[in-house]
Design a protein around this ligand. Structure first.
Ligand code: UFG
Length: 328
């Protein structure tokens, strides 16, 4: 079976990917510096503690193993922080990614699945967003990802390096078997924050603005279950391994939910009262982000299995209760 390197395999999405790769009988090696990931989130395969900033350790990794493909999840993801600390984002998301790409080229491993983001589009010019939507990122996080996407095009032309860029909308939910889930420190994402308010680990949830041009005034996002997201990676990997050309796909459910709708769903699932605070708009939040994922559905034959928001919230709630027990 193919041997896959999962960079950032101890993080929220990377660890779910490792679990699904192992289930699909791939051999897995995880490379992670544990700066935001957790060793106990890696459910199997081999684990190598290392940093993409260190070319020497990358060289050793590629000399030790012969990989058929690489999946790259190791990046910083906070939009607000990227505005305040652009250097941190360009160093890791861009410069460290180049280290990985160059080591791959040097060792003739030329198949990469790259975690990109809806943040490359910037303020939407139309909804839903398809792959062709203009790319005008409005923060260093989005720009760092868009730069890598463009670099990958050049690597394909120059080195015959094949990649699939997967542009995530709002990754959410947790492992339905309850083994792994979201553990960001600090947590900034809506669903885990709401559920922490429901479990009592947090006092309340602050809604960032209710004066947007949406039916209830709060922002609309396209939440995609982390298992569905990882399934799309598996299908994309199969295509690369079958020597198919490079590609890009937007990954979402194609349905938007407002912040208030997510809170209402969480109230229903948890059966808890959730204290709400009305806050100001958060800088850089578009009113509405919804994916057109028809390209992925057709070309990858991908079909989200957990598109229902209640299922996404229920799985995240199962995980939050586990996290709560850990803190007691
Ligand atoms: N929100 C709140 N209160 C909170 C947290 C979030 O009202 O305490 C709102 C946000 O304003 C936004 C929505 O909930 O409207 C979702 O916010 P998240 O922070 O969960 O997610 P984002 O849509 O901001 O960001 C996500 C990923 C980013 C990625 C982006 C792409 O986390 O990495 O999608 O658009 F860049």
């Amino acid at each position: 079976m193919a041997k896959i390197l999962v960079v950032g395999g101890a993080g929220y999405i990377g660890s779910q990917m490792v679990k699904q790769l192992l289930k699909a009988n791939y051999e897995v090696v995880v490379f992670d510096n544990l700066s935001t990931g957790y060793r106990d989130a890696v459910m199997g395969g081999e684990f190598v503690l290392g940093d993409l900033a260190n070319r020497e350790s990358l060289k050793q990794l590629f000399e030790q193993y012969s990989f058929d493909g690489v999946m790259h999840f190791a990046s910083f993801i906070q939009v607000g922080e990227s505005v305040l600390k652009p250097s941190k984002y360009y160093r890791n998301n861009l410069s460290n990614t180049l280290n990985l790409l160059d080591e791959m080229v040097e060792h003739n491993v030329k198949k990469l699945i790259f975690s990109s983001t809806a943040a490359i589009f910037g303020e939407p010019q139309y909804i839903p967003l398809d792959e062709k939507h203009p790319k005008k990122p409005i923060n260093p996080y989005g720009l760092s990802k868009w730069m890598v996407e463009q670099i990958l095009q050049d690597y394909d032309s120059a080195y015959n390096f094949k990649s699939v860029c997967l542009r995530y909308f709002n990754a959410a939910g947790a492992d339905p078997e309850g083994e792994i889930g979201e553990r960001h420190l600090p947590e900034t994402h809506l669903i885990p924050l709401i559920l922490q308010a429901a479990s009592g680990r947090r006092e309340k949830i602050t809604i960032y603005g209710e004066d947007y041009e949406t039916p209830d005034g709060t922002c609309i996002r396209d939440y995609i279950h982390v298992v569905d997201l990882c399934n799309a990676h598996l299908l994309a990997l199969e295509q690369l391994l079958e020597e198919k050309p490079s590609a890009v796909y937007n990954l979402g459910n194609g349905e938007g939910f407002s912040v208030r709708q997510v809170i209402d769903t969480a109230k229903k699932i948890t059966n808890q009262n959730i204290k709400i605070d009305m806050g100001q708009r958060r800088e850089g939040d578009p009113a509405r982000l919804v994916a057109d994922s028809s390209h992925a559905k057709i070309a990858l034959q991908w079909q989200p299995r957990y598109a229902d928001l209640e299922k996404i919230v229920a799985d995240a709630w199962q995980w939050e209760q586990k996290m709560l027990l850990k803190t007691l």
